[in-house]
Write a protein that binds this ligand. Structure first.
Ligand code: KG4
Ligand code: ZN
Length: 381
């Protein structure tokens, strides 16, 4: 089988990214333009601004991905683009551009689910390292700013299929990191900042109890009981618990001071944020992170035991978290369960994962019809 070079395009949230991947196993180029500076003053992604920034960045980002790869528009074999889930207006920028290119170049176009992309980030890098052995069943935790989902992943010949066995009932884990950072005036995006600050605090200082999920809700609502055991998450409670702690401990003044100090710095670095935090705030941040990490690990490993899986993937933006990686390795290791993460650059949004997820579809000639559109709430099956 000849090599296939796929140009991937991803614009579902606040990163405009394009990549060239060879045959689903080698990243030839991966260009990521982060809109972080645009959204930072708002403490979160502003959808209209995201679309505008994607429009500005998409052409140079795609050109750079081709140049870095030593490829041209004509030399690539196919295009792949994220169809959803994500922000509708943001997705549409990537989709419209990919469609126009595919039409003009007369190349096949493949529509990819963003969550499948995160799962294939792991597979891509393992193949790149020469690791082709993969024991099924595979359980994948996709944990990002928009998702906290558990999937059982299967592969039959080339085709991958997925069964959801858990998701967040409210906030995604990354969203909780971002909202707590915003509440405490630490900046945006919250995950990487909290990750770096947490090493300076006592993770046992504040006790956040694990979230309680009632798994019989559906039955009570008169619906049939789900046939598969579920392992859902919930992170809106811990956000409220942090807010209550701030109120009870009267931290508002110190938060206001931090906001004022950091607003004077153009692009605050970790040391700037650290200098603006007292030990009580650092303890709070470390305790919050510990509670998040232990909850994610506890539920994921319970699901892994229930489904007797052979391999665990942890992927998505929050998978970049240092404590999450270390604790997953310790706990999964104790269960004799191999756990794989993408490298940090491939944990957060990137187009290499989209081009990699497209490769099995390319082999199966599973191409998108030209009239497909963005699916903001797209489900992974
Ligand atoms: O996968 P991603 O780039 O975009 C989505 O699909 O949502 O994930 C972004 C999310 C943000 O919520 C960000 O705060 C979080 O991932 N994140 C982290 C870390 N790095 C990024 N959360 C915890 N620790 C990190 N080191
Ligand atoms: Zn993502």
């Amino acid at each position: 089988m000849a090599d296939a070079y796929i140009l991937g395009i991803e614009s579902s949230c606040d990163e405009t990214t394009a990549a060239v991947v060879r045959s689903g196993e080698e990243i030839v180029s991966n260009v990521v333009f982060s809109q972080f500076a645009t959204h930072q003053p708002y403490g979160g992604v502003v959808p209209e601004l995201a679309s505008r920034e994607h429009l500005r960045a998409i052409v140079p980002v795609v050109r750079k991905a081709l140049t870095d790869a030593g490829q041209t528009y004509q030399s690539i074999d196919a295009l792949a683009v994220t169809q959803g889930p994500g922000l509708a207006g943001a997705l549409l920028v990537g989709i419209s551009y990919a469609k126009a290119l595919a039409f003009a170049l007369d190349k096949p176009l493949i529509a990819v689910n963003h969550l499948e992309g995160h799962i294939h980030a792991v597979l891509l890098e393992e193949r790149q390292k020469g690791n082709r052995e993969l024991n099924f069943p595979v359980l994948a935790l996709v944990v990002s700013g928009g998702h906290t989902h558990l999937y059982l992943a299967e592969q039959t010949s080339q085709v991958w299929s997925y069964r959801n066995i858990g998701h967040t009932r409210d906030d995604a884990a990354g969203e909780a990191f971002d909202k707590v950072a915003k509440l405490l005036g630490l900046g945006y995006p919250g995950g990487p900042i909290i990750d770096k600050l947490s090493v300076h605090g006592n993770p046992l200082a504040v006790n956040f109890p694990p979230s309680q999920i009632k798994h019989r809700d559906r039955k009570a609502a008169g619906q049939p009981e789900p046939e598969l055991p579920r392992f859902d998450f919930s992170y809106s409670g811990i956000k409220t618990a942090v807010l209550r702690y701030v109120e009870a401990q009267n931290l508002h003044d110190s938060i206001a001071k931090r906001r004022a100090a950091l607003s004077d710095v153009e692009q605050p670095k970790t040391d700037d944020v650290l200098a603006s935090c007292d030990s009580q705030t650092l303890d709070l941040v470390a305790s919050f992170q510990r509670a998040m990490v232990e909850d994610l690990i506890g539920k994921t490993l319970a699901a892994a035991r229930a489904y007797d899986v052979a391999t665990l993937f942890v992927t998505g933006g929050v998978a970049a978290n240092n404590q999450l990686r270390r604790r997953f390795e310790e706990e999964a290791g104790m269960q004799g369960l191999p756990v794989y993460f993408p490298s940090r650059p491939l944990s957060t949004d990137n187009a290499a994962m989209i081009a990699a997820a497209a490769y099995p579809k390319f082999l199966a000639q599973d191409f998108a019809a030209m009239d497909f559109s963005a699916e903001a709430g797209m489900v992974l099956k």
